[in-house]
Design a protein. Structure first.
Length: 151
């Protein structure tokens, strides 16, 4: 099933490619950097990178801005608030919060694919307070409580 994603190119993004899937089975649309000049991220530095796009997400959906695995593996560059959420009613420019966790400076060039956008349905819930939530076999076991290897 295909759902339409409407978008507006802003003046500083008009010459960049539209977001697209890079393979037949890709889950995310690649987003391009709409920087006017190269942006150098020193190790440990973060920056908000414009995409030159505004989105009109379909009702009942969100946009998830996720890192690109190649940037993370090869350069240590990732999306700081991954996944970043674009709410259905957000009408501003999509920007990507990149951080350089690598050991060398990284340059964001105009048109670089900096992140991917996954459009996903959202389930809204009605909050209901109860005396106690249901118990489970796992209980309150949290971080690492299920172990590292199969039992």
């Amino acid at each position: 099933m295909t759902t339409a994603l409407e978008l507006e190119r802003l003046p500083h993004g008009r010459d960049l490619p539209l977001p697209c899937y890079m393979s037949a089975g890709a889950a995310g649309l690649d987003l391009h950097a709409a920087v006017e000049a190269p942006l150098v991220l020193a190790p440990g530095e973060r920056a908000l990178v414009p995409t030159g796009l505004k989105l009109a997400l379909p009702p009942g959906h969100e946009g998830q801005v996720r890192p690109r695995s190649g940037l993370a593996l090869r350069h240590g560059v990732t999306v700081l608030n991954a996944p970043g959420t674009i709410d259905e009613d957000y009408a501003g420019e999509v920007q990507v919060l990149l951080v350089n966790l690598g050991q060398a400076p990284f340059t964001v060039e105009r048109g670089l694919r900096v992140a991917q956008l996954v459009v996903a349905p959202v389930t809204r819930v009605a909050v209901r307070e109860v005396e106690a939530v249901r118990d489970t076999a796992r209980g309150a076991g949290g971080f690492g409580s299920t172990g590292l290897a199969p039992a």
